[in-house]
Design a protein around this ligand. Structure first.
Ligand code: FAD
Length: 408
């Protein structure tokens, strides 16, 4: 049986950053990373952007080159999952029945794509976009396909739609709600992105009630709607969210809600076990103290750094302001703060100029900004979010008034 000082389960963004931050902090103990994907840690955001469009090869999206991990003595065990955790014995079991014992365990397993809960949802031509293998499989089918159905009008679905529309595919986005990005953004942003996609030839089907994916053998041929209409599709891409990959920890007795519950240092309820990234649920002051799970590179990296520093003996707490980005066509969206629960959405700038921001207020205080091709607003607006400031609305919406002048 192997024994290590720090065992990291999940070789993605959070896992990689935990190892990097430990070595940066001069941690001299042994580190092992176990990942169920066969690849070294790589960046996930390009999977629906530059990797899908083939603007970037896989080598260019590795978080660090192979030599980096070897030089820093981070042992990699890739290609198989941890299937059980024995918290009392400080030991995990892998799928091949081997075991590894640890002093500290960092659980960084992200999430698994939700499956389409309708007949035909498991046909071979129905794809998720979560891993390199998912996207390689999708790309392998693209040359023989023209009509693409994207189910889910969230960021990943819309990014994929943008790439595929630019490739000349006939793309339809199906969204169950009455606007795209409804769970993450305000109405002005949703309408703007809907219009952009339509302008690029993407059909956007809102309030979509999908009954089944029609197939011929194991290949999809169309999406059947509740009214019986069938919209032809050669490939179906499903982007309807993830479920946190936490079963071994839950089975070990960890307190779980919508993810593994963690405190301000990312401790779980089990001794010497931390959880970070997409799978961890934490109380956030940017969500009025509610327990939330964030799915962003920033959150995974910042929580990883907090855990590394905690292991190194520092007194730190996770309270980083959430931020996120999305690239679609020539639009760079940057988000700071969390807009859910806002009671006002102010428009700063004119969407017709393709450079504007939506400023979200709750009780008159700024809680988030969505900035489209408006990097200055994004950078300067951060202080408004962190301070939960309540500047004059007329000034907030006046593009001639720099946001930094309102944060003083
Ligand atoms: C297509 C796509 C586009 C995205 N775009 C953006 C973006 O533009 N901006 C942004 O901020 N965020 C984006 N995200 C989200 C971001 O990638 C995630 O928030 C981030 O990867 C979370 O890091 P993580 O370490 O928690 O999980 P991950 O990076 O998902 O890593 C978890 C790893 O653990 C593995 N694993 C799971 N269970 C086990 C187990 N039992 N044993 C061993 N290994 C296991 C998983 O297979 C995976 O390799 C995007 C995500 C996707 C999928």
């Amino acid at each position: 049986m192997d024994s290590v000082d720090v065992l990291i389960v999940g070789a993605g963004h959070g896992g990689a950053q935990a190892a990097i931050a430990l070595r940066q902090g001069k941690f001299a103990g042994s580190i092992m990373m176990i990942g169920d994907e066969p690849e070294l840690p790589y960046e996930r955001p390009p999977l629906s952007k530059d990797y899908l469009s083939q603007a970037k090869s896989f080598d260019r999206i590795l978080i660090r080159p192979a030599a980096f991990w070897a030089e820093r003595h981070v042992e990699m065990r890739l290609g198989q999952p941890v299937i059980a955790v024995d918290a009392a014995a400080h030991r995990v079991t892998l799928a091949d029945n081997s075991t590894v014992s640890y002093e500290h365990l960092i659980w960084a397993t992200g999430g698994r794509p939700r499956k389409l809960p309708c007949p035909g949802g498991d046909l071979a031509g129905v794809h998720a976009i979560r891993t390199r293998a998912d996207v390689d499989r999708l790309m392998g089918e693209l040359s023989g396909a023209q009509r693409i159905a994207v189910i889910g009008g969230g960021y990943i679905g819309l990014e994929a739609a943008a790439v595929l529309a630019k490739m000349g595919k006939t793309v339809t986005v199906f969204e169950a709600l009455d606007r795209v990005l409804a769970r993450v953004a305000g109405e002005p942003l949703s309408r703007f992105y809907e219009a952009e996609h339509r302008a690029h030839g993407v059909d956007v089907c809102l309030n979509a009630r999908i009954e089944a994916i029609e197939g011929d053998g194991d290949r999809p041929i169309g999406v059947r709607m509740a009214g019986g209409e069938i919209i032809p599709a050669d490939i179906v891409i499903v982007g309807i969210g993830i479920l946190p990959a936490i079963e071994p920890l839950r089975a070990a007795g960890a307190a779980c809600s919508n993810g593994v519950d963690v405190d301000a240092q990312c401790h779980t309820s089990l001794p010497d076990i931390f959880a970070i990234g997409d799978c961890a649920a934490h109380a956030s002051r940017f969500a009025d103290g509610q327990t939330i799970r964030l799915e962003s590179v920033q959150n995974a990296n910042d929580q990883a750094t907090v855990v590394a520093r905690t292991i190194l003996g520092e007194a730190v707490e996770y309270e980083a302001v959430p931020w996120f980005w999305s690239n679609q066509y020539d639009l760079k969206l940057q988000t700071v703060g969390l807009s859910s629960g806002h009671d006002e959405a102010l428009l700063r700038g004119d969407p017709a100029n393709r450079s504007f921001s939506v400023i979200y207020l709750k009780g008159g205080r700024v809680i988030a900004l969505d900035c489209v091709n408006a990097v200055k607003d994004y950078v300067q607006g951060r202080a408004l979010v962190v301070g939960r400031l309540s500047p004059d609305r007329a000034q907030l919406t006046d593009v001639n008034v720099p946001l930094k002048s309102l944060a003083a």
